[in-house]
Design a protein around this ligand. Structure first.
Ligand SMILES: [Cu+2]
Length: 249
């Protein structure tokens, strides 16, 4: 008797899913197939780069989910803010109505804590793009993800389409990182092993360049100016930061 009940329940559940699925596929607005996503941004503890730190996640992860569309779709994206500060999402590279560009106070209202904002974007292009928070330094805390738009006409032959999101992770508060950079000290270079003593700068005949760096309040060897404890590939730790210490002559 019990078994029969369970089977019925399962069938019932399946039929609900089937219905939702069918409705989702067939739904059209303004003559466009609708593709809808729900994104929830919240603060979570995440263990990244071997250290547990406070992060901001989308649907519980870093990066957020891959949003997949077909050229010609109407993208409906509901973003819920479960944090106690405001947020926003900017759809990087998408051609869209200005109101949905997601730059708070400039084009789009910020998403206040405890509220949901609905973005409605007619998809008129194809390619690989990304989305990210445009509020303060929330992007550095994890609020980013990728967008894939399949072209109307397939031009390449492939078996599988894989998305790899490469990003970096700091356990520090991003605001502190920024403060450190503006202070113009060598903290990150010491951590990376790229700090060069002044005697060496002079012996290499690079004192003029060094003077310019100082004038610009920049440090030498500053191509990647932050020390990151981890680089991530789809949110998984890719590699330790290599020690870039310059070889002694
Ligand atoms: Cu952007």
């Amino acid at each position: 008797m019990k078994t029969i009940k369970i089977i019925t329940l399962l069938l019932f559940t399946t039929s609900i899913f089937a219905q939702v699925g069918t409705n989702g596929n067939d739904r059209k607005e303004d003559g466009r197939p609708v593709k809808e996503y729900n994104l929830t941004i919240e603060e979570n503890e995440m263990t990244l780069g071997g250290v547990t730190a406070n992060a901001m996640t989308i649907n519980g992860g870093i990066p957020g989910p891959v949003l997949e569309f077909n050229e010609g779709d109407l993208a409906i994206i509901n973003v819920t803010n479960k944090m106690d500060e405001e947020t926003s999402v900017h759809w990087h590279g998408l051609i869209l109505p200005n109101f949905y560009d997601g730059v708070p106070y400039l084009t789009t209202p910020p998403i206040e804590p405890g509220t949901t904002f609905q973005y409605r974007i007619p998809i008129n292009q194809s390619g690989t793009y990304w989305y990210h928070s445009h509020t303060m330094l929330q992007e550095q805390k994890g609020v980013y993800g990728s967008i894939i738009i399949h072209p109307k006409e397939k031009t390449l032959e492939y078996d599988k389409d894989l998305v790899v999101v490469l990003s970096d992770w700091t356990n520090e508060k991003p605001m502190n990182v920024l403060r450190n950079l503006k202070r113009g000290n060598e903290w990150y270079q010491v951590k990376k092993g790229t700090a060069v003593p002044l005697s060496r700068v002079i012996s290499e005949g690079a004192f003029g360049a060094q003077l310019k760096f100082w004038r610009d309040r920049m440090e030498g060897a500053d191509i990647a100016d932050i020390y990151y404890p981890a680089f991530l590939s789809n949110g998984k730790k890719l590699a330790e930061y290599p020690n870039l210490g310059l070889a002694k002559k």
